[in-house]
Design a protein around this ligand. Structure first.
Ligand code: SF4
Length: 445
C-alpha cells in the first residue's frame, strides 16, 4: 500500500542538500510517493528510516510461493475485499489430498487421476494446482517416499502435512532443495517446523481457529519465516467464512500485519457435492489455497469454474477475437450462427455445436466483449454492426445459402438486419442449449 509524500518526508534527513537531484527533501519525498524515484537516491537516509519505509510500503498481504518440479504457484498479495473494487490477483490454489497410508499403487493411481483433472472452459485450460501429501501413516519414511512419488508423478508443487517435524524434514530432504513445499505441522511441532522453514526458506502454515492467538504466533514467527499462511483447522462453515473475512479485513482495512497472510482451508465431506459447494464458497470468500479430499471430476470442475469466474478481471471483458469461426469442417450449405465476441457467449454456442458433432460457422461480432443482451441494450449488437461484420469476414464467399441465424433473445433485430445486409435472417433459440435440436429439426439451407 503506497505511503503519502508527507509520511515519507518525516523519515528523511530534512537537510535539503540536493544530492538526490531534487531541490528539497519534500520534493524528493513526493517523487518517491509517486513511484518515480527510489529510496536509494538519498545517500543520507538512516538504516532505521529505510527499514521503516520498506516495511510500511510492503503489501498488506504477503505473497507466498510454492515451487514444484516444473512450476510455481503464488497466492496472496490481494489488495481489495470486493472483486468489483479492482480485481482479485492471485487465483486460489486448488489442492487434492493424497494420503501416505495408501499403498504405492494406490498413490500412483490417485496421481494419475489428479493429472486428468484438467478441463477446457471458455477457451482456457483450468486444472488442479497442488497435491497435498498427508502423513496419515505416522511413518516418516513412508511420508518422504509418498511425497517424492507424488512430486514425480504429478510435477505439481506440494503441501506437506504432518504432526511430526522430523517427518517434514525427511520429506523436504528427499524432495531436494529445488522444490519448495508448504509445510503444515501440528501445533506441537510448530517450533521445529519453523526452524526447518527458516533454514530451507520454505513457506509455513500456522493453524489456530482463534485469530488473536494466531496473530500472536505469526508476530513471533514472521521475523524468521516471512512466508506464512494461516489455517483455522476444521471448524463449521459459518465460522470458517467469518475467519476468512475477518482475517482479510484486518490485513487490508486495518493494515494489521500479523494477519497479513493468505489462508489455507481444508474441505472435507463424505459427499463430493458438499466439498464442491464448500470449497467454492471459500474460493469466493478469500481462501488462498483449498485442499480437497475428493477427486470426483464433476466436483473439482465446479470449484475450478468458480475460481475461474471470480479471478477474471472485471475491468477487462473476457473476449474472443471478432471473426468468422469454423466448427468442425463446415461446407457451403452448413449453418452460419451469429453471436457476440463475449467469451462465454461464443463458447456456449461453440460448445453446443461441438458436443452435438455439428459442422457450422459462428460469426463473433465485435461488441467489446459484452454478451448478446448487454450488447443489444448498449446498441453495440445492431443491424449495422452485424451487417458490417458479415461483410468484413466475407461470409458470402464461404456459404451458398445467404442465411444467418441470430440469437432468439434479439429476434427484434431480424427485419432491420435483413434490410441492412440483404441476408435472410432466421431467429434461433434463446439459449445455446437449444441450438443442436434447432439445427437438426429446423435448418434448411
Ligand atoms: S539527498 Fe536526501 S537529504 Fe539530501 S535533499 Fe535529497 S532527500 Fe534530502
Amino acid at each position: 500500500m503506497g505511503l503519502s509524500g508527507l509520511e515519507i518526508f518525516k523519515q528523511l534527513p530534512k537537510t535539503n542538500c540536493k544530492e538526490c537531484g531534487f531541490p528539497t527533501c519534500l520534493a524528493f519525498a513526493m517523487k518517491v510517493a509517486a513511484g518515480q524515484e527510489g529510496l536509494d537516491s538519498c545517500p543520507y537516509m538512516t538504516e532505521q528510516a529505510r527499514a521503516n519505509l520498506s516495511a510500511a510500503s510492503a503489501p498488506p498481504q504477503r505473497l507466498v510461493k510454492l515451487v514444484g518440479p516444473k512450476n510455481e504457484l503464488a497466492v496472496g498479495q490481494e489488495t481489495v475485499m470486493f472483486r468489483h473494487d479492482e480485481t482479485f490477483h492471485n487465483p486460489t490454489g486448488v489442492a487434492i489430498k493424497v494420503s501416505d497410508a495408501a499403498g504405492e499403487a494406490e498413490i500412483k493411481a490417485r496421481c494419475q487421476a489428479i493429472k486428468k483433472l484438467t478441463f477446457h472452459r471458455v477457451g482456457t485450460d483450468i486444472s488442479v494446482d497442488l497435491a497435498a501429501v498427508s502423513n496419515d501413516s505416522g511413518d516418516a519414511t513412508k511420508f518422504a517416499s509418498a511425497a517424492k512419488l507424488v512430486s514425480e508423478y504429478t510435477s505439481l508443487p506440494l503441501v506437506l502435512i504432518s504432526p511430526d517435524a522430523g517427518a517434514l524434514k525427511k520429506a523436504v530432504e528427499t524432495l531436494g532443495s529445488a522444490i519448495k513445499p508448504l509445510l503444515i505441522p501440528s501445533n506441537g511441532a510448530l517450533d521445529a517446523a519453523a526452524d526447518l522453514a527458516k533454514s530451507q526458506k520454505l513457506p509455513l502454515c500456522v493453524t489456530n481457529s482463534d485469530l488473536q492467538a494466531l496473530a500472536g504466533i505469526t508476530e513471533k514467527l514472521s521475523a524468521n519465516v516471512p512466508d506464512l499462511m494461516l489455517c483455522p483447522g476444521e471448524i463449521p462453515e459459518a465460522k470458517a467464512i467469518e475467519f476468512l473475512t475477518a482475517s482479510r479485513r484486518a490485513a487490508l482495512k486495518k493494515k494489521y500485519r500479523p494477519l497479513g497472510f493468505p489462508v489455507l482451508m481444508f474441505v472435507k465431506d463424505t459427499d463430493p457435492a458438499g466439498v464442491a459447494i464448500r470449497a467454492s464458497a471459500f474460493v469466493a470468500k478469500y481462501a488462498g489455497i483449498v485442499v480437497l479430499d475428493t477427486i470426483e471430476p464433476w466436483a473439482v470442475v465446479a470449484v475450478l469454474t468458480a475460481r475461474q469466474n471470480i479471478y477474471t478481471d472485471p475491468r477487462k471483458p473476457v473476449q474472443v477475437e471478432a471473426k468468422l469461426y469454423d466448427v468442425g469442417q463446415p461446407g457451403a450449405n452448413d449453418p452460419l450462427l451469429i453471436t457476440t465476441n463475449f467469451s462465454l457467449s461464443y463458447y456456449s454456442v461453440e460448445g453446443e455445436l461441438t458436443a452435438a458433432r455439428l459442422a457450422a460457422r459462428i460469426l463473433a461480432v465485435d461488441t467489446e466483449g459484452t454478451s448478446v443482451l448487454t450488447a443489444w441494450a448498449a446498441d453495440k449488437f445492431n443491424p449495422q454492426t452485424i451487417a458490417k461484420a458479415l461483410k468484413t469476414c466475407k461470409a458470402e464467399e464461404v456459404v451458398k445459402h445467404h442465411k444467418v441465424i441470430i440469437p432468439g433473445h434479439v429476434a427484434v433485430l431480424s427485419a432491420g438486419l435483413a434490410d441492412e445486409s440483404g441476408w435472410e435472417v432466421l431467429v434461433g433459440p434463446k439459449e445455446a442449449s437449444g441450438i443442436p435440436s434447432y439445427i437438426k429439426n429446423d435448418w434448411k439451407p
